[in-house]
Design a protein around this ligand. Structure first.
Ligand SMILES: CC(C)(COP(=O)(O)OP(=O)(O)OC[C@H]1O[C@@H](n2cnc3c(N)ncnc32)[C@H](O)[C@@H]1OP(=O)(O)O)[C@@H](O)C(=O)NCCC(=O)NCCS
Length: 181
C-alpha cells in the first residue's frame, strides 16, 4: 500500500491516493488547517482557528507502523485523508485489535466516491495488519458521514448524548463498529 494510485472522481477529476508519511507533515498540517475552516467541518470536532498540529508529533504519528494515514492529493495539495490507528497495540490483551478510524475530505471533493474508495483501501491495510474491528464516532447530524459508514458495513452500537454543542444545539454522537472477519 505504499504505491500511489490514481482515482477518478464522479465529476471526472483525477486525484492521487497514497500513504501519508512523516515527510508529508507540512502538507497535512496545511490540509488540517484548511479543513478546520471548511463547511464540511461543521459536524466534526474540527473548528476554525484551532491550534495547528505540532510537526514533530505528526511525523511520529505518520511513521508509526501501527497507524495508517491515507491521503488524497490534487496535484501537490492534500484534499482528504482516511486513517486508522491501532488501539493499545503493545497490550497483550488488546493487541491493537481495535482500529480507531476516521475520514475527512474538503467539501469541494465530497460525494464523488472518494470517501468510499479510501475506506476500502484503509480496510485492506487493516485486514492485512491485524486489526479485527473498526471503531468510530459521528455526530448524529452528520447524515452524509453516517450514510457513508452504514453503506460500508458499520453498525451503530450506541449513542452518547450531549457530547458537544453546534449552533447552540447539543450534539449526540453515534458510536459505530465494524467487525472485520
Ligand atoms: C464523510 C465523508 C468522508 C464521506 O466521503 P464522500 O467522498 O463524501 O462519500 P462518497 O462519495 O464515497 O459516498 C459514499 C456514500 O456516502 C453517502 N453519501 C455521500 N454523500 C452524501 C450526501 N451528500 N448525503 C447523504 N449521503 C451521502 C452515500 O450513501 C454514498 O453512496 P452513493 O453515492 O453510492 O449513494 C466526506 O463526506 C467528508 O469528509 N465529510 C466532511 C467531514 C466528515 O464529516 N467526516 C466524518 C467525520 S465523522
Amino acid at each position: 500500500m505504499n504505491r500511489a494510485i490514481k482515482f477518478k472522481l464522479k465529476n471526472g477529476k483525477v486525484v492521487t491516493i497514497r500513504r501519508i508519511r512523516g515527510t508529508d507533515a507540512d502538507a497535512v498540517i496545511k490540509f488540517l488547517d484548511k479543513f478546520a475552516h471548511d463547511p464540511g467541518a461543521k459536524y466534526t470536532s474540527y473548528y476554525p482557528n484551532q491550534q495547528k498540529k505540532n510537526k514533530e508529533s505528526c511525523i511520529e504519528l505518520y511513521d508509526d507502523p501501527n497507524n495508517f494515514f491515507l491521503g488524497a492529493w490534487d496535484d501537490d495539495e492534500i484534499i482528504g485523508e482516511s486513517t486508522v490507528q491501532k488501539l493499545h497495540p503493545h497490550n497483550p490483551k488488546y493487541r491493537g485489535l481495535t482500529g480507531l478510524t476516521g475520514s475527512i475530505i474538503l467539501n469541494k471533493y465530497t460525494s464523488q466516491g472518494l470517501g468510499g474508495k479510501m475506506k476500502t483501501m484503509v480496510e485492506k491495510w487493516a485486514r492485512e495488519n491485524g486489526v479485527h474491528r473498526f471503531e468510530t464516532g459521528v455526530y448524529y447530524k452528520n447524515i452524509r458521514s453516517l450514510n457513508n459508514l452504514l453503506k460500508h458495513g458499520y453498525i451503530i452500537i450506541g449513542i452518547m448524548h450531549d457530547v458537544a454543542v453546534v449552533d447552540n444545539e447539543y450534539m449526540h454522537m453515534y458510536k459505530l463498529e465494524k467487525i472485520l472477519d
